[in-house]
Design a binder for this molecule. Structure first.
Ligand code: PHE
Length: 550
């Protein structure tokens, strides 16, 4: 089964017949409450032990503590004493065996024997008798040897005070070692469980993800080394992301704030009704719009808390707003703003404009269907978000500039220049007494900033703007004038229904992110840019972007 590891992935015999260390540790921990690894696995390097322990500890099967400790090791001389006895013992032994040992005996000539003689005298094991040595006792206990043997076996002295003395005599030295003590963890098991490494579509469909035992992430794992190609190497920004960043910078430089756009699924109300797209308009057709069937419908238009908090956070930088909202907590400020908004009244206003006309508009004069307003759609434009943000503005009407760059969906036939999803760049500017000339001046400045100098405007129609203008520019490569954007001034019946003041006007404009990106990178087929046919080599190798400014 793809995405899982074997049933019992700890092989019994690896490393040329040796048992797997992970399994050995599990066995040891099963048998003893505490397993000091240095003692339990004296011949295994501690780094291997640590790797195995980490594998088990990340699954909470085993817990372990690290102990730094000093180990006593015998020097060559210390080892000789542990094996053959101390210098004094050897002298005493020779004397005892000989009965009388002449002081001139060659066996007493070496350094060890001279040292041993002195000590043996002090210990009263031997004495001088004329020109010879005689034993004073039948048996001795060779403490030095015993203590060194103990140290050799336990890598420590029984009485830790001895360490200093023996180190000074250069019979032992110490080495720092890291050792571990392992015990059962909260999810103890004697065998490694089956672990799922990938979340698959089937698991989501059959619900098995709920109970699956996922392999834990190892955030300490080292990454693969850099290099060419997919898999290794570093990540690369998608060209659309690079161009998007350029546009964001331009917007920020021009005093815009970024709207939160994480709402990919929206209701018919925000995507269509609030923008006066007629309820029977072909754009709402299944052929043009993706509808969501589960959940079956949206609630009535209302506050979106997560969006409101982000918007309230942006307002902190806004002086006018701050005096209005003394609370510094964005969640509280978001609630204060919501309290000033009447979504129900707004909804009734929108319904009235559609059905009967209001605010000087004669309306469409058809029966308005509530069910249509509650249908859930994959948003067909980010203007759905702009509508929400503009309605929120009526809690505190003021001049402001908002932008967004995010994904939208249209149920279109896919060809070289169309995909069922693309990215929209959208801007709205609210201010008092704005005029169409001001919108043209703004658009010229905006497009000059992205390297498009000469604009042409053509009257157009949007249900939510009047007047509306399509924006055209000369395309060097194609040698002709091409459409690059859509724009307009939001209709009074849209803004008044929201509760915005009469003299507050709002510009809106939109363009696709794909169009300038394709021009920038010389791509003629949009499928080379987005979707499953994208060549990852192209993504990794294309250059950084800087839109040519004047
Ligand atoms: N929503 C428009 C589009 O999809 C763009 C636009 C936004 C036009 C705002 C006017 C005002 O093309």
């Amino acid at each position: 089964m793809p995405g899982t590891r074997g049933a019992v992935p700890v092989p019994l015999h690896t490393n040329g017949g040796q048992r797997d260390l992970t399994e050995e540790i599990l066995e040891a921990v099963d048998q003893h409450e505490h397993v000091p690894t240095a003692e339990a696995f004296p011949s295994t390097p501690q780094d291997k032990i640590k790797a195995a322990l980490d594998r088990l500890a990340s699954r909470q099967m085993v817990e372990y503590e690290t102990h730094d400790k000093e180990e006593v090791h015998l020097t060559e001389e210390g080892q000789a004493i542990a094996d053959e006895g101390s210098h004094e013992y050897k002298v005493w032994d020779a004397v005892r065996k000989a009965g009388r040992l002449s002081l001139k005996d060659p066996s007493l000539a070496n350094a060890s024997a001279r040292l041993g003689q002195g000590n043996a005298f002090k210990l009263k094991w031997i004495k001088k008798d004329g020109d010879a040595l005689v034993s004073l006792t039948d048996s001795v206990s060779d403490t030095t040897r015993e203590q060194l043997q103990y140290a050799q076996e336990h890598r420590a002295f029984q009485d830790p005070k001895l360490l200093k003395d023996y180190s000074k005599r250069k019979l032992v030295n110490t080495q720092k070692v890291i050792a571990y003590v392992a015990r059962k963890g909260p999810r103890w098991a004697k065998q490694m469980p089956v672990e799922v490494t990938d979340l698959t579509a089937e698991m989501i469909a059959d619900g098995s993800w709920k109970t699956a035992n996922f392999k834990p992430y190892n955030f300490n794992a080292k990454g693969t080394l850099g290099g060419e190609g997919v898999g290794g190497g570093t990540g690369a920004l998608h060209p659309l992301n690079k161009v998007r960043e350029e546009f964001r910078k331009i917007f920020f430089n021009m005093g815009f704030e970024e709207m939160p756009t994480a709402r990919f699924v929206d209701s018919g109300f925000w995507n269509f009704d609030a923008l006066y797209v007629p309820q029977q308009h072909p754009a709402r057709d299944l052929q043009d719009t993706f509808y969501v069937s589960d959940p079956p419908e949206a609630g009535p238009p209302g506050a979106d808390e997560s969006m409101d908090i982000i918007l309230a956070e942006m307002d902190v930088d806004d002086d006018q707003d701050e005096s209005d909202h003394p609370s510094s907590d964005p969640a509280t400020r978001a609630k204060d703003t919501t309290a000033k908004l009447d979504y129900q009244a707004y909804y009734e206003n929108v319904r009235a404009v559609h059905q009967d006309g209001k605010y000087g508009s004669i309306g469409y004069r058809y029966p308005y269907t509530d069910a249509e307003t509650r249908r859930l759609v994959l948003r067909t434009h980010t203007t759905a978000i702009s509508a929400y943000v503009l309605h929120r503005l009526s809690a505190n009407p003021r001049p402001c500039r908002y932008f967004s760059i995010d994904r939208v969906f249209r149920n279109e036939t896919v060809d070289a220049t169309h995909l069922a999803e693309f990215h929209q760049i959208e801007g709205v500017i609210a201010d008092y007494n704005l005029t169409l000339g001001g919108l043209q001046a703004f658009l010229k400045r905006f497009f000059r900033n992205i390297g498009v100098p000469d604009l042409k405007f053509k009257p157009a129609y949007n249900p939510y703007t009047e007047p509306s203008m399509e924006v055209f520019a000369w395309h060097e490569g194609l040698n002709k004038i091409v459409e690059i954007g859509n724009s307009g001034m939001f209709r009074p019946e849209m803004l008044l229904a929201m509760g915005l003041p009469e003299d507050l006007r709002v510009y809106g404009f939109g363009l696709s992110l794909e169009r300038p990106t394709m021009i920038k990178y010389g791509i003629s087929n949009i499928r080379e840019l987005l979707g499953h046919k994208v060549d990852l080599g192209f993504i990794e190798s294309n250059p950084a972007v800087r839109l040519d400014r004047e």
